[in-house]
Design a protein around this ligand. Structure first.
Ligand code: BTN
Length: 245
């Protein structure tokens, strides 16, 4: 499913590079991997620590023939694919925290940043950026209680090449869910099974800090929640952040 693979010893951000490439190469899909990012980006305008040689920093540029409303499915695909790849390579158990953070032993080990270019009815391209904390032996103080690395969690060094291959292979596999309803069902099933959010009490930050229970995560990637007063609501991707209680 990829026309090209590009490796960079150092780049600002593989997502930014993938978007630049997308504009100059209509119709092409590609993989971008960097050894180091000088301006790695996270969700909600945050930065993603991307020091040289320790993490895995990659972006997948794809051109699925789908409506923009189905684009968030691709981030679910990325989360499921990456969770399975991490599990296969490390033997750890990975959970998905809505919308698409990977958590091991309660700590974040991977983040996903999807960016979309679309017309009214069709997606032009999608860039799915995946950052995995692989071989960091220490994480900066400010994120230490919330984040970890696969090396810290397993006690051994993980081969980034092997992990990269596993992620790319599984992402390609589950991408078939965009055209195949049976595979979509299976992918969604795995997403729910691995969900760290489903069934939990959460605090919806950005919703006047309301507390709610998560009833379901829909195929569109929305959170279906119920408030203590019985009121239900669908929460879209990006609208709020979620904290476990
Ligand atoms: C998040 O959890 O906030 C998402 C982090 C995404 C980081 C990856 S690293 C590769 C790609 N390039 C970027 O600039 N960001 C993503």
């Amino acid at each position: 499913y990829l026309d090209d693979g590009r490796f960079y010893p150092q780049i600002d951000s593989t997502n930014s590079e993938a978007k630049r490439f997308a504009e100059d190469h209509p119709g092409q899909s590609a993989l971008f991997v960097a050894e180091e990012q000088t301006a790695g980006r996270g969700r909600l305008g945050r930065q993603w620590m991307s020091e040289q040689g320790t993490g895995l920093y990659l972006s997948l540029l794809i051109r699925p023939e789908i409506e923009p409303s189905r684009a968030s499915l691709v981030t679910q695909v990325a989360a499921v694919a990456t969770a399975e790849a991490v599990e296969a390579v490390t033997g750890l158990e990975a959970q998905i925290k809505w919308p698409n953070d990977l958590i091991v032993d309660g700590k974040k080990v991977c983040g996903i940043l999807a960016e979309l270019s679309a017309e009214m009815t069709a997606v032009n391209y999608l860039v799915v950026g995946i950052g995995i904390n692989v071989n960091q032996s220490d994480l900066p103080g400010e994120i230490q209680d919330k984040a970890s690395s696969l090396r810290r969690l397993t006690g051994r060094k993980i081969d980034r090449q092997t992990l990269l291959r596993a992620v790319v292979e599984r992402f390609g596999h589950y991408l078939g869910a965009l055209q195949d309803d049976a595979l979509l069902e299976r992918m969604h099933q795995v997403y729910r099974l691995k969900s760290a959010t489903l069934g939990k009490e959460v605090r919806l930050l950005g919703k006047a800090d309301r507390t709610a229970r998560v009833l379901d995560i829909t195929k569109e990637g929305e959170l279906l929640v119920i408030y203590p007063n019985g009121e239900r609501e669908r929460i879209h991707f990006g609208e709020v952040s979620v904290r476990g209680l």
